[in-house]
Each structure stands twice: as structure tokens, then as C-alpha cells.
Design a protein around this ligand. Structure first.
Ligand SMILES: [Zn+2]
Length: 233
């Protein structure tokens, strides 16, 4: 992955992460990231690249911009229903697909729907990333104003953003509202002094080395629920 000079980043940082792509929405997300000199981490579903080869070009563009590609399983199925063999097959199929396209395997994992159990944590040999999106931005149903309204999504992003935050959003197919919400939110947050980074940059800046089998929802001394200085859940 392309390395940026992080030494000049002294302001608040927020890691941007996108799940469920790549899709036709991902280039729109990349356009917004370019506008704000931002990077992000994309937790991809391997099937989306295997089935739609044009998405491989999008992944290469993301990496060229300094973004990272991470593992969100091959078929986006509930991991809690799987046995050891199925878990490994779902995990390694995406490691393989990403390596084939960009020449490097993912180093972080995110479970579909955040669903995991003891077997999942023991089997997947990478750190688990969680994050918080502030709104159900994967739901692109036009008839559901609670989740499809642009301003609601912007407000959701702004509500949870803080220094060391892992922002969770979705670049799933058909989700045209999220790139628009991202544009508005980054405009406001950059005026508030935020720099937007990918996950690997966030951990490097904060001096943390994530460990396999542990979950990370945010870093730095901020826990929105308890105010405790914690970065693991
Ligand atoms: Zn997902």
C-alpha cells in the first residue's frame, strides 16, 4: 500500500472505512476522498470482485490513492452459522482475491453485521475492526426517511465523529446517498480541523499495533459511552 507522510498530521484524525463494496458506488466515494485529500480503508466482499471484474480496477485506483483494502468475507454471510471449514473458506477466498488484484493481502477483518462468536474470533487470524457509522447508511431504500435522508446521514456522521474514531460507512451497490453524505460531512469536519486517514495510518499515528482476535471500535483516549480511556471492546 502507498505510504503517506504522517509526520505533519498534528490535528484530530478520523479513520474512514467502507463496507460491502466494491460496487458502482465506490468510484463516487473515491472522488469525494480525492477532494479532501483523504484516504480510507475498504472492507470488501470478495464475491463482488470475482463476479464483477470491473471492480478490480476500482480497487487498484483506491490503492493508488493511498487507501487500503481489507477483508469483509467472501459472501457476506452470517459467520455465527459457520463451522471451522466454512469460516476459513470465506476468509481465505477474499485474502486470495485481494492479493490477486493488488498484490497484497488484507491485514484487518470486519465480520458481516458485526456478528461473531468464540469460534470466529479464534479462527480468523486478523484483528477485528468494528467502528460506528451513526446512521444505518447501508439502507438505501428511498421510502425509509429514517435512513435514506441525506441530512440524517450527515448528522449521524457528525454525531459520532471524534479524534481517533473509526467511521463505518457502506459503498454497497445502489447506495447513492452515502457519497453525498460523505461530501457534506467531510466539508464540515475538515473545517473543524480533522484529517481523514485509513485504518493503518490511524493505528500508526496513535502508536497502536492491533492484535489478532481483538476488536477495535476506536482508538485514543475516548469512549463515547463511558468516557474511559479504551480502544478495545
Ligand atoms: Zn457488511
Amino acid at each position: 500500500m502507498k505510504k503517506r507522510d504522517l509526520s505533519k498530521i498534528t490535528d484530530k484524525v478520523c479513520a474512514l472505512t467502507f463496507d460491502d463494496g466494491p460496487s458502482e458506488i465506490t468510484p463516487l466515494v473515491l472522488d469525494v476522498l480525492e477532494k479532501y485529500n483523504a484516504t480510507a480503508s475498504f472492507f470488501i466482499v470478495g464475491h463482488n470482485v470475482f463476479r464483477y471484474p470491473e471492480n478490480a480496477d476500482t480497487m487498484r485506483r483506491a490503492v493508488e490513492m493511498g487507501c487500503t483494502i481489507e477483508n469483509h468475507t467472501y459472501g457476506h454471510k452470517n459467520l455465527r452459522d459457520m463451522d471451522y471449514d466454512d469460516l476459513l473458506a470465506n476468509f481465505y477466498a477474499t485474502q486470495y482475491v485481494v492479493n490477486k488484484v493488488i498484490g497484497e493481502e488484507p491485514i484487518y477483518f470486519r465480520a458481516p453485521g458485526g456478528g461473531a462468536n468464540e469460534l470466529v474470533y479464534k479462527t480468523i487470524p486478523l484483528p477485528f475492526m468494528i467502528g460506528d457509522c451513526g446512521s444505518a447508511d447501508w439502507n438505501s431504500r428511498e421510502d425509509d426517511p429514517a435512513t435514506s435522508d441525506l441530512e440524517t446521514r450527515v448528522a449521524g456522521i457528525l454525531r459520532v465523529a471524534h479524534d481517533g474514531h473509526i467511521m463505518l460507512m457502506h459503498d454497497n451497490a445502489g447506495n447513492h446517498i452515502t457519497p453525498k453524505a460523505l461530501d457534506k460531512a467531510l466539508d464540515k469536519l475538515s473545517k473543524d480541523g480533522y484529517t481523514f486517514v485509513n485504518l493503518r495510518e490511524l493505528f500508526e499515528i496513535k502508536g497502536i499495533t492491533p492484535k489478532a482476535g481483538e476488536c477495535y471500535q476506536w482508538v485514543d483516549v475516548y469512549n463515547p459511552e463511558t468516557g474511559e480511556p479504551t480502544f478495545r471492546v
